[in-house]
Design a protein around this ligand. Structure first.
Ligand code: NAP
Length: 278
């Protein structure tokens, strides 16, 4: 019987996850199916139940995307440490009546930076823009790489401050660097080696009020949004930074989920190349 997987979100029509997982399965010889499921805004739990109940083979897991990552966190019967730190779940595994919640977004970002872009966060001065779910998911994995500094800047400064405080007090987590926070207005004169845009400003075309000085010499600018040239990418290019979009993160977080489910780590380079091809 073919093991079944799905991605659940709203909207979902744009999702590249079915294609990515089909390519992973073909490459690794795994017998799985993977479908996209559109859930009503108040129907996430019902969509999960229906997915588990229906179909030929056993339902083994699901990816969760906007706007259900927090609900998936609450619904999970067990959570991994990285999901607990993120407060959000993007990967569910169904095992003997249990629903295990994991979060592979941060691992995906770090892997894309290190393996695909040759940008090790270790020792770098990192500026993280945004304090929503995506920012929350990547803070612990970034801190575990031992950056020289991690500054969180957000339009709503209090949200960044709350996030920095929370992550500087993580129980049982020995990280050398405590994150700090600020508003955009206080960035003038400060320089960074890695600037990560985890805001959704790129989706609306909004321009972030970033000083050019934020992009230090040989700076890498990482935009989590993919599939379009955002204002942040244009700003970073103009300031001389090396720019990457979030397609690599998308593929790497999927590879991490595939590894969690199947115990096999797929090669991501050919999949990334296939997605860039069209
Ligand atoms: P979210 O929870 O809604 O948070 C949105 C963040 O963006 C908040 O910090 C918000 O600031 C900020 N923001 C929104 N509009 C802004 C503007 N015009 N100017 C300045 N700041 C603005 O969303 P999320 O889940 O964190 O997702 C953020 C982005 O990451 C999305 O575009 C998503 O597609 C992308 N993402 C990509 C991947 C990937 O695999 N590549 C994975 C996860 C997420 P306030 O607090 O002030 O509202």
């Amino acid at each position: 019987m073919t093991d079944r997987y799905a991605v659940i979100g709203n909207p979902i029509g744009h999702s590249k996850s079915p294609r990515i997982h089909a390519l992973f399965a073909a490459q690794t010889g795994q017998d799985i199916s993977y479908q996209a499921i559109l859930a009503e805004k108040d129907g996430f739990a019902a969509a999960i139940s229906a997915f588990v109940a229906a179909g030929e083979g056993p339902a083994r897991g699901a990816n969760v995307t906007l706007p259900f990552k927090e609900e998936a966190f609450r619904l999970a019967t067990r959570r991994t440490a990285r999901a607990a730190a993120a407060g959000a779940v993007n990967t569910l595994s169904f095992e003997a009546g249990a629903m295990i919640g994991d979060n592979t977004d941060g691992a995906g970002l770090v892997r894309d930076l290190k393996h695909n872009l040759g940008c090790d966060p270790g020792g770098r001065r990192i500026l993280l823009l945004g304090a929503g779910g995506a920012a929350r998911g990547v803070i612990l994995p970034l801190l575990l790489e031992n950056p020289a500094e991690l500054l969180i800047a957000n339009r709503t400064e209090e949200t960044a401050a709350r996030l920095a405080l929370e992550f500087s007090r993580l129980p049982g987590c020995a990280v050398a660097v405590k994150p700090d926070s600020t508003g955009f207005a206080n960035l003038a004169g400060r320089q960074f080696d890695l600037v990560i845009n985890a805001t959704s400003a790129g989706l609306s075309g909004a321009v972030l009020p970033l000083p050019t000085s934020s992009f230090g010499p040989r700076c890498v600018a990482y935009e989590m949004v993919y599939g379009r040239e955002t204002a942040f990418m244009a700003q970073a290019r103009a300031a001389g930074a090396r720019v990457a979009d979030g397609l690599g993160m998308l593929v790497e977080q999927a590879a991490e989920a595939f590894f969690v489910w199947r115990g096999v780590r797929p090669h991501t380079a050919p999949v990334l190349a296939a997605l860039k091809g069209n």
